[in-house]
Design a protein around this ligand. Structure first.
Ligand SMILES: [Fe+2]
Ligand SMILES: [Fe+2]
Length: 127
């Protein structure tokens, strides 16, 4: 079970929880060395939707730190797009997700998403 921190804006928590479930499925398939094309596509689309949800609201309410937050998202999307070339390299994927992506997600939610969610809560953001 991947545990993630809650932010002060409930729609973001729902998105994070759903993403965590897809990520758990993906990691399980990596562990079992199963074909990954389908689940990886599902995961990548979900990450893109997750990020664009936050980005649209940051634009709508002109969040003061939207630029660094968007840059972080873009950097991760680029990494995940690159990783599509390695879907049969289970060792590399395991290393990437355990040592890089999971700590990144945990840290991103604890820092940028927490500040952003607090801001959305403060301005009573409507989706
Ligand atoms: Fe997020
Ligand atoms: Fe984010």
């Amino acid at each position: 079970m991947i545990e993630i921190k809650k932010v002060a804006f409930e729609p973001m928590n729902e998105i994070h929880e759903n993403e965590t479930k897809i990520l758990e499925k993906l990691i399980e398939k990596i562990e079992k060395k199963e074909p990954l094309e389908k689940i990886y596509e599902e995961f990548l689309n979900d990450v893109k939707n997750h990020f664009s949800f936050e980005e649209k609201l940051m634009d709508k309410y002109n969040f003061f730190a939207k630029i660094p937050h968007k840059m972080e998202h873009t950097r991760i999307i680029n990494e995940l797009e690159e990783l599509k070339k390695e879907l049969d390299n289970y060792e590399l994927l395991k290393k990437y997700f355990y040592e890089h992506f999971l700590p990144w997600l945990d840290n991103h939610i604890a820092t940028m998403d927490t500040v952003t969610g607090g801001f959305f809560n403060m301005v009573n953001a409507q989706i």
